[in-house]
Write a protein that binds this ligand. Structure first.
Ligand code: 48H
Length: 275
C-alpha cells in the first residue's frame, strides 16, 4: 500500500535547491581544493577530510573515479604493487596476490569503495564543475576559478558566462595526464611543464611519489600530473603510485595547513619547475 504524499513537486525542487546552496556556500572557503576526482585526488581528499580539514573536490565529470574504473585496455581489473596493498587493506577493498608484490582487485569495487570512503570522510564534491583558472594573489595560489562543465563545452557565442571563484589555503592539481592547473601556470610562463615521459613501470612507480610536492606556493601536485609536469616515465595500468602520491600530497598539506605556515615565494625548498 502506498502512503499518501504530503508534498508536491515544488517541495522536491525546494529540497534540492535549498540543500544544494547550503552545501555550495560551504565550499566557497576551505582548507584545500582538490581539482580532479581520480584515485590520487580521492585518496588525498579522504585523508585530509579524516584529519578534520575542510576539503572540496572539483570534478568535471558527473562521476568521480577518473581512470580507476578500469585497468588497461578497458579490462576492469586494477593492479597495484607493494606497499599500496596496505591502502586496500585500510579501505577494506578485497584483492588477491597475482605474483609476489603484485596485487589485483576488481576495478568497480575498488573505485566505488574509494569514492564512498572519501564522501563518508566528509569531503565536499562539486561534480560537473570544471577548473577554469587559478586565483593568484601576491605570487601564491589562493583559489580556483570554476564553471559548470556544460558551459565550457558551449561556443562562446552562446554561453559567454563568467565563471566564479572559490578560495582555499592550498590547491592540489590531481587532474591526471592533463595537469590542468599546472598547465594554466605554464601558459603564463610561471612554471615549466615537460610533458609525460614514456613507459617504465619500476622507475615510474618510485619517482612519481618522490616528486609529489608543493611546486609553487599554494599548489601541490599528485598522481599523473607529476609525470606531466616533470617529464617522468609513465607506469601504464598500475595504480600504486597514484594512491601513494595522493597520500603523500595529503601529508604535505596536513603539515602546512596544521602549522598554518603556507610558504612564501622566497622559500627555496620548493622543488622546481618555477621559471
Ligand atoms: C575538473 C578535471 C579537469 C578539469 C581533469 O586521470 P585520473 O584518474 O588522474 P590520477 O592522476 O588520479 O590517476 C591517473 C590514472 O587514472 C591513470 O590514468 C594512469 C595510472 N595512467 C598511467 C599511464 O601510463 O597512462 O583522474 C583525473 C580526474 C578525472 O576525473 C578528470 O575528469 C578530472 O580529473 N579533471 N576536473 N576540471 N579541468 N581535468
Amino acid at each position: 500500500m502506498n502512503t499518501p504524499c504530503n508534498f508536491t513537486e515544488k517541495d522536491i525542487t525546494r529540497a534540492i535547491a535549498e540543500s544544494f546552496f547550503k552545501s555550495f556556500n560551504d565550499c566557497i572557503e576551505s582548507d584545500c581544493i582538490i581539482v580532479g576526482g581520480g584515485p590520487s585526488g580521492l585518496i588525498a581528499a579522504r585523508d585530509l577530510a579524516l584529519a578534520g580539514k575542510k576539503i572540496v573536490i572539483i570534478e568535471r565529470n558527473n562521476y568521480l573515479g577518473g581512470g580507476f574504473w578500469s585497468g588497461g585496455y578497458l579490462m576492469n581489473k586494477i593492479t597495484i604493487k607493494e606497499p599500496a596493498q596496505e591502502i586496500f587493506e585500510e579501505l577494506k577493498i578485497p584483492f588477491t596476490e597475482y605474483k609476489q608484490g603484485l596485487y589485483v582487485a576488481d576495478a568497480p569495487l575498488a573505485c566505488s569503495t574509494l569514492i564512498s570512503e572519501t564522501a563518508k570522510a566528509g569531503a565536499k564534491i562539486l561534480n560537473m564543475t570544471s577548473f577554469d583558472d587559478v586565483v593568484l594573489r601576491d605570487k601564491k595560489i589562493s583559489g580556483v576559478v570554476i564553471n559548470w562543465t556544460a558551459i565550457s563545452h558551449l561556443p562562446r557565442s552562446i554561453a559567454a558566462l563568467d565563471p566564479i571563484a572559490l578560495e582555499s589555503k592550498i590547491i592540489i592539481d590531481a587532474t591526471g595526464h592533463d595537469a590542468k592547473v599546472c598547465g594554466r601556470l605554464a601558459e603564463q610562463g610561471i612554471i615549466k611543464m615537460k610533458g609525460m615521459g614514456t613507459m617504465w613501470v619500476e622507475e615510474s612507480e618510485k619517482v612519481i611519489v618522490e616528486y609529489t610536492d608543493e611546486i609553487y606556493p599554494g599548489l601541490v601536485i599528485c598522481g599523473m600530473a607529476v609525470s606531466t609536469v616533470f617529464g617522468l616515465p609513465r607506469m601504464g595500468p598500475i595504480f600504486s603510485s597514484m594512491l601513494l602520491s595522493g597520500k603523500k600530497a595529503a601529508g604535505i598539506i596536513l603539515d602546512k595547513v596544521t602549522k598554518d605556515e603556507i610558504r612564501d615565494t622566497k622559500d627555496e625548498n620548493i622543488k622546481s619547475s618555477i621559471v
